[in-house]
Design a protein around this ligand. Structure first.
Ligand SMILES: Cc1cc2nc3c(=O)[nH]c(=O)nc-3n(C[C@H](O)[C@H](O)[C@H](O)COP(=O)(O)OP(=O)(O)OC[C@H]3O[C@@H](n4cnc5c(N)ncnc54)[C@H](O)[C@@H]3O)c2cc1C
Length: 284
């Protein structure tokens, strides 16, 4: 049996206790559902001097709907499987739910948290793509206070986020959107157990006018979550121009042949998913 390296273990119930404890260590590891963190510990991929279990912090286990600001806040300890019964019925939530319901299997969704999904930084993570597409913010806490970062700007490279030592993801917030069409698609290679491409899109169409359209992509072909700006397009008959822009985006990305496929294959996967998403959100 694989055993993790030795470390201190602290289970906390209040956010203040996190800030008090985290500064006493040089390489702390936060754990929430533990679906990946425990595997990383057992395989000694990481060697923290303390593991801080935040799953008992009730302040992070909340969903808030602010009707005046038209905003939703999902606390980072909320489990993925819970989202179905607590999210409002707006279009942004619909897209987030489409992503959440495709994560792993029921066991992973029952244990895995929203915070763990957003903070892992694996290019195969589902929630960051949908959150980036709807324009969600990561709400990050530290002893110094709270800062917000667009989810689309949270990722530096695979498994590296912009969160600094001493910081914790409190949750994610986003504006509710109404009357949008949503699309969420991904391409999985079973024997590699990884997603080559993931695409999330959301658009509001009235007649032939595109009132708003947003897209984000991720997966091993891209390496991190990236938001694509499609704001210049305002008519559905510009669909070929939209696809030209997506083609340019994919062809300008730096990629290399690796175990997830050749560059040609990865580009083909991404473009197929992106074009499918555009068709789904723009065509009635
Ligand atoms: C078999 C299997 C299949 C999977 N399939 C998928 C899939 O299809 N799609 C997908 O997206 N993911 C998948 N995952 C990955 C993972 O299970 C999910 O991303 C899950 O949501 C992670 O949540 P967790 O609470 O278990 O995170 P943990 O394992 O507790 O933590 C994961 C990482 O996030 C950090 N972290 C957790 N919470 C916070 C916080 N509040 N603030 C700062 N850092 C934090 C931890 O330090 C750690 O680095 C899979 C995992 C396994 C083992």
């Amino acid at each position: 049996m694989k055993a993790p390296p030795s470390f201190d273990f602290i289970r906390i119930n209040k956010l203040n206790e996190f800030y008090e404890n985290v500064d006493r260590y040089s390489s702390p590891l936060i754990i929430s559902g533990g679906t990946v963190a425990v595997l990383m510990l057992k395989n000694r991929v990481i060697r923290p001097d303390v593991v801080i279990d935040i799953s008992g912090i009730e302040e992070l286990n909340v969903l808030k709907k602010d009707k005046e600001k038209n905003e939703v806040f999902i606390g980072s300890n909320i489990k993925l499987h819970e989202l179905k019964s607590i999210l409002p019925d707006d279009s942004a939530s619909e897209l987030i739910l489409k992503a959440a319901t495709t994560v792993g299997d029921i066991a992973i969704r029952s244990m895995g948290s929203v915070g763990g999904n957003v903070c892992l930084g694996d290019p195969g993570n589902d929630l960051p793509v949908a959150l980036a597409a709807v324009g969600a913010n990561a709400v990050v806490g530290s002893r110094e206070g709270i800062r917000t970062v667009p989810v689309s700007e949270c990722y530096v490279k695979p498994f590296k986020t912009v969160l600094k030592k001493g910081e914790i993801l409190l949750g994610v917030s986003y504006k509710m959107l109404y009357g949008y069409r949503t699309s969420y698609n991904k391409f999985f290679i079973n024997f590699l157990d990884h997603y080559v491409g993931i695409v999330a899109a959301i658009a509001k169409v009235e007649g032939i006018s595109i009132k708003d359209m947003r897209m984000a992509v991720s997966g091993e072909a891209i390496g991190t979550t990236v938001k694509i700006d499609l704001a210049e397009f305002s008519k559905i008959d510009e669909i070929n121009a939209i696809k030209d822009k997506l083609n340019k985006f994919v062809n300008e990305r730096s990629m290399s042949d690796d175990r997830f496929g050749t560059v040609k294959f990865k580009k083909k996967v991404l473009l197929t998913l992106m074009f499918q998403a555009i068709d789904e959100v723009l065509k009635a």
